[in-house]
Write a protein that binds this ligand. Structure first.
Ligand SMILES: Nc1ncnc2c1ncn2[C@@H]1O[C@H](COP(=O)(O)OP(=O)(O)OP(=O)(O)O)[C@@H](O)[C@H]1O
Ligand SMILES: [Mg+2]
Length: 508
């Protein structure tokens, strides 16, 4: 077998923080190795060092037993290391085939030899038993398939070591199963897989070995079959973790948010929302589950006023919101935790404190004559940083330097610190570690207890079932089924999420 990767004393510093602190890590050839740890523990940084995106300040890297300097991503590919990032880097207008070969085209003279590319790819797909339509346009395929495209991209470039940074965060349960089948198949063919995830059940089911990082240090590597979820959580956090929610019975109040027959057209004239009708009361959490791309994003954007081009009614506390600006809708008491935090929730080059008051900066509490009371804003930010345990070196650092989970916490603390009437939370715990996730769940339950109406849009079924009072399944722009968590199972909901109920109906 032998070692595929050996990291010796890897240290990577950023201003004010040691992201990786003398990390030692061994990864055997042909294993699936998981890396877990709290938000900001240094997982992505370590993998970016391996993929040639960052240069370590100290330490040595051995690939297949040979000492190497991975000076660039191209060098990493040369060494057969390929990284699949959490944010896909694909081109929507291109086909699957074009996306895979982009930048690594086989040439015939000066023209691209598509035939040879296609044949090579077909062989690869067959070898790994991957199902992909090479001629489909990227914009028409599911997230699960887009991820397969990303994986094929690195395989096509000859990768033997695959690094996947939180690959399951965006997938529906059935898609996770399919990904795992694919990963096991890759392993059988001798590939080495490194896998970052916050979902400990998944990690325990797929990995051979698990390495835990805590605050930049490697605290240990354990075989997956020798630990429990609780033990792993304790290694990550450094103390026992209570994995239990304190959910009191709902005390439903009046309707705070209502939607009636909301229809919206997407590009190409297809309906992205197909007549959504729902009512959410104060004191309840309404969960919306679905595979990405079934209208969740558009639904949230219509409620918050980012998208005005819809038919039907949306009302907050009985008042129509159509034609109002985002600011006016916010002022009615709607808080919004957006799904795409890079595009909608944050301004990446801006400082942490500036991001913390984004959208709130015109509020009385932050006003000082005609500008912002910086001192108040800083105090507010510091309180949030403390309350949400956000790991930063300074509230004056640019937010783009925070780990994914910590960026998410800045948005959460900002939105939940206000006194909203309706909270629209889209994927609020995506990318959060178990401690932070539990904290967010407690916060949402607390808002529910205070009588707020909470809409929770999530791809994480377990999350939705554990904190919602009612669950609606969205498929193809429609709420196709509604359940209470007590009367349903993960499998039942999964069937509706994938539209299998429709297909079954058609063939009958
Ligand atoms: N480009 C950067 N500039 C400054 N600081 C950075 C940069 N990248 C990472 N950091 C810091 O390094 C630490 C580790 O970040 P990293 O992204 O590796 O964490 P992570 O374990 O992947 O967390 P998460 O689970 O939230 O994704 C964090 O404190 C982060 O703020
Ligand atoms: Mg990360």
């Amino acid at each position: 077998m032998g070692k595929a990767v050996e990291l010796k004393n890897i240290t990577k510093r950023f201003p004010g923080i040691v992201a990786n602190d003398r990390i030692n890590l061994e990864i055997q050839k042909g294993e699936i190795h998981a890396i877990v740890g709290e938000n900001g523990a240094g997982k992505s940084t370590l993998m970016k060092v391996l993929a040639g995106l960052y240069q370590p300040d100290e330490g040595e890297i051995f690939i297949f037993g040979k000492k190497e300097k991975i000076s660039s991503p191209n060098k990493a590919i040369e060494l057969k290391i390929g990284m699949v990032h959490q944010h896909f880097m694909l081109v929507d207008r291109f086909t699957v085939l074009e996306n895979i070969i982009l930048g690594a085209e086989k040439k015939k003279g000066f023209t691209i030899d598509e035939k040879t590319c296609r044949e090579t790819l077909k062989k690869l797909l067959e070898l790994y038993n991957f199902k992909l339509d090479l001629d489909a346009r990227l914009e028409d395929i599911s997230v699960g398939h887009a991820q397969r495209v990303e994986i094929m991209k690195v395989l096509y470039r000859g990768a033997d070591i695959l690094v996947l940074d939180e690959p399951t965060a965006v997938l529906a349960p059935q898609e996770v199963d399919e990904l795992f089948i694919n990963l096991r198949r890759l392993k059988e063919e001798g590939k080495t897989i490194i896998f970052i995830s916050h979902k400990l059940d998944e990690v325990l089911s797929i990995a051979d070995n698990i390495t835990v990082l805590r605050r930049g240090k490697a605290v240990g590597t354990v075989p997956a079959d020798s630990v429990t979820k609780e033990e792993l959580a304790r290694m990550m956090v450094g103390k026992p973790v209570l994995m239990k929610l304190n959910k009191t019975p709902a005390e439903k109040g009046e309707v705070k948010l209502s939607l009636r027959d909301v229809m919206m057209k997407g590009h190409g004239g297809r309906n992205v929302l197909n007549g959504v009708t729902l009512k959410v009361c104060g004191g309840e959490i309404y969960g919306i589950v679905g595979v990405e791309g079934n209208g969740q994003k558009e639904l949230a954007e219509a409620i918050i006023g980012l998208q005005q081009d819809y038919d039907g009614d949306i009302k907050v506390c009985g008042k129509p919101t159509k034609g109002l600006s985002i600011k006016q809708i916010r002022d009615m008491g709607v808080a919004f935790i957006p799904e795409d935090r890079h595009r909608q929730g944050l301004v990446l080059p801006m400082k942490v404190w500036e991001n913390s008051i984004l959208g709130l900066h015109r509020k009385e509490e932050f006003k000082k004559k005609t500008s912002i009371d910086i001192k108040k804003a800083e105090e507010f930010t510091s309180r949030n940083v403390k309350g949400f345990s956000i790991i930063i070196s300074s509230i004056h650092q640019a937010i783009e330097g925070l780990s994914g989970g910590n960026q998410q916490k800045v948005i959460l603390s900002r939105e939940l610190s206000q006194e909203p009437i309706v909270i629209l939370a889209a994927q609020p715990t995506r990318g959060l570690d178990i401690g932070a996730m539990e904290f967010v769940h407690q916060q949402l339950l607390e808002k529910r207890r205070e009588g707020k109406a909470v809409v929770l849009i999530s791809a994480d079924l377990e999350e939705v079932l554990s904190i919602s009072d009612r669950v609606g399944v969205i498929f193809d722009g429609e709420i196709v089924a509604e359940f209470t968590p007590e009367e349903t199972t993960l499998e039942d909901i999964g069937v509706y999420m994938l539209g299998a109920h429709k297909k079954a109906g058609e063939s009958a």
